[in-house]
Design a protein around this ligand. Structure first.
Ligand code: PGA
Length: 256
């Protein structure tokens, strides 16, 4: 099954993780030029390190690329050394924030409840929250991937979630940075299950409007196949988003 014409406008999001200094502006510049020359039929987002949101957004917001953070604290301000609030990301020119990435779930023990609280904070600050979910290899091998991921969807999305303010990113933990991806059938089955869950909770009008991204080793060679699957409304791209040429080649999936 392929994407329907009624599907939401896709989002191609780059997650730079802890990579990139100010000099990486040349990559954003190059990407901006390619997008201007051949606009893809999707929204384009880069989530660089927080230090780069202000310079990047100042130079390129409104020119076909949006910018966002990779995490935020659940509180608006306070004694949280080293953390950043959603309002700070918005103040720097960010429009989105990634919440609950599996690297943070694993390294900092972020629970579904903590992630829901962060997403709530993002919404309060006017950011779009990209809430990440995904199973481990052990969970997939045990046959519980769909149950695990649907449980994360239920518990990580805040009550105030709407299709305009929340994006779900399905990222199998074992596919991140490994070059391995699930089969197209497995991706489609997971996205259908997430869609069903969203529709059950938010209704037949709103459920189909949520964007469900796939993430985990998306690259130019597999992007078109993955991104044209039903219920796959974009990608969350790590490694391949660092180079303009690679990220732009992924955007080709959304060019006629
Ligand atoms: P990857 O990372 O594309 O390098 O696998 C994806 C992610 O972690 O968001």
């Amino acid at each position: 099954m392929t994407r329907s014409p009624q599907a939401p406008r896709p989002l191609a999001a780059g997650n730079w993780k802890m990579n990139g200094l100010l000099a990486a502006r040349t990559e954003v510049e190059a990407l901006g030029r390619r997008i201007a020359a051949a606009p893809p039929a999707c929204d384009v987002l880069i989530c660089p390190p927080a230090t780069l949101i202000r310079p990047f957004a100042g130079a390129w917001s409104g020119q076909g690329i949006a910018f966002g953070g990779q995490d935020c604290h659940a509180a608006a301000s306070g004694a949280h050394t080293g953390d950043i609030s959603a309002a700070m990301i918005a103040d720097a020119g960010g429009a989105y924030v990634i919440i609950g990435h599996s690297e943070r779930r694993a390294a900092y023990g972020e629970s579904d409840a903590a992630i829901a609280a962060k997403a709530e904070a993002a919404l309060s600050a006017g950011l779009v929250a990209i809430v990440c979910v995904g199973e481990t290899l052990a969970e997939r091998d045990a046959g519980s991937a769909i149950a695990v991921v649907c449980g994360q969807v239920d518990a990580s999305l805040p009550p105030a979630a709407t299709p305009d303010a929340v994006v779900v990113a399905y990222e199998p933990v074992w596919a991140i940075g490994t070059g391995r991806t699930p089969s197209s059938g497995d991706i489609a089955a997971m996205h259908a299950a997430i869609r069903e869950r969203l529709t059950a909770r938010f209704g037949a009008q709103e459920g189909p409007r949520f964007r469900i991204l796939y993430g985990g080793s998306v690259k130019p060679s597999n992007a078109a196949e993955i991104l044209h699957l039903a219920n796959v409304d974009g990608a969350l791209v790590g490694g391949a988003s660092l180079k303009a040429a690679d990220f732009d080649a992924i955007l080709d999936a959304y060019r006629g």
